[in-house]
Design a protein around this ligand. Structure first.
Ligand code: TXA
Ligand code: MG
Length: 343
């Protein structure tokens, strides 16, 4: 399949936005930028169109898709909302929050992996929002990567993974946040956090009566455990070389990394401050130590870059679990298949 690649810099490019929306409205696949990561969109009300997403990504069919709407109220057509949903919408939408609600019949069960719930998100990225609005429907969109590789945070990542597999790629530059949306499941006013993201637990606690963190956010699932979110059982963001996360005092970690650079063929994801202390060889800076926003924006790109280097092993810091750190922790322990080394 020939994939049309177009660059859109802002929403004044109405002809291009119309073209992308038209492909979606007619059952095609379009990848587009969002503030979290790039999404691979299809009409969420069209079972055949949604099926093409699974084929293009190589995604297991029991892993449900998030549906994207232009305004929070549009959720009414597809899900059973409640008062807490609207309080969350007022506080965080449009933005990087996905809410799981009981589904209505307008969404085919193939989109939700056979579940009777549906995940709803209203993205803030102006190009994503304009394309969804113009399409006149809800857009099912997982991250626009091949299943198992890091989510794409720029047009080139999507071109690398999806060229030849989908109708169109809209390149709108780099995703600002760089990690996928926060996902919560609502039970009245009570929320369960299924995937941490830029909307933190503390922020959610200001709106919901309680926020429980699902154990799958930080722990490894035991063999026969059924996760609340099917996506949690699949290995994600897996670099080709094994990734090992280092847990210890700053000085001890630096000492360990220095010795590792002499003893083995390693790739290192380091903090900017550490660049002066390590040899400049397979060394990938991911942002300043205390700048979690920068680290989030860089992480997936850094993992992709690590894959292009010929290191036998990749070392990175184990993030702290506070605030946005919980999202970094969650993505990194999964990329590392829970391999943590105490130093
Ligand atoms: O930021 C994001 O959320 C991006 C952009 C494109 O919006 N999308 C994204 O989609 O990350 P995806 O498919 O890569 O991740 C969606 C996750 C999966 O782990 C899936 O299992 C879970 O959401 N999910 C979707 N619907 C669900 C449901 N009804 N119940 C439980 N989990 C659900
Ligand atoms: Mg994904």
């Amino acid at each position: 399949m020939e994939t049309e690649i177009i660059k859109i810099s802002d929403t004044s490019e109405t002809e291009k936005i119309k073209k992308a929306a038209d492909i979606l409205a007619h059952g095609g696949l379009v990848a587009f930028p969002t503030e979290t990561v790039y999404g691979l969109g299809a009409d969420a009300t069209d079972a055949e169109a949604a099926k093409k997403i699974y084929a293009a990504k190589g995604r297991p069919s029991d892993n449900p898709l998030i549906i994207h709407v232009a305004d929070p109220e549009d959720a009414e057509k597809y899900a059973v909302t409640n008062e807490c949903y609207y309080r969350l919408a007022k506080a965080f939408m449009p933005g990087p929050l996905t809410v799981i609600l009981p589904k209505k019949d307008t969404i085919p069960s193939s989109v939700t992996g056979g579940l009777d719930s549906v995940a709803v998100r209203c993205p803030a990225h102006p190009i994503a929002n304009a394309i969804i609005r113009e399409s006149g429907t809800a857009i099912a969109a997982p991250s626009a990567n091949i299943s198992g590789s890091p989510s794409p945070t720029c047009g080139d990542h999507v071109i690398h993974d999806m060229r030849g597999r989908i109708d169109m790629i809209v390149d709108g530059g780099e995703s600002e946040i760089g990690l996928e949306s926060t996902i919560i499941k609502l039970d009245g006013n009570r929320a369960t956090l299924l995937r941490p993201g830029a909307i933190t637990c503390d922020a959610l606690t200001c709106v919901c009566e309680s926020v429980e963190i699902s154990s799958a956010v930080t722990e490894e699932l035991s063999k026969n455990e059924k996760p609340l979110s099917p996506g949690m059982k699949y290995r994600h963001y897996a670099p080709t070389a094994p990734l090992v996360l280092l847990d210890g005092d700053e000085d001890l970690v630096i000492d360990f990394l220095r010795r590792a650079q002499n003893a083995e063929h390693c790739t290192i994801l380091c903090y900017d401050e550490e660049l002066d202390h390590l040899r400049y060889e397979r060394l990938i800076p991911i942002g300043a130590r205390n700048n979690l926003e920068a680290q989030s924006a860089r992480l997936f790109s850094a993992l992709r870059e690590a894959d292009t280097l010929d290191g036998d092993i990749i070392y990175a810091h184990l993030p702290k679990k506070e605030g946005l750190g919980l999202a970094l922790y969650n993505r990194m322990i999964r990329a590392a298949a829970h391999t943590i080394k105490k130093v």
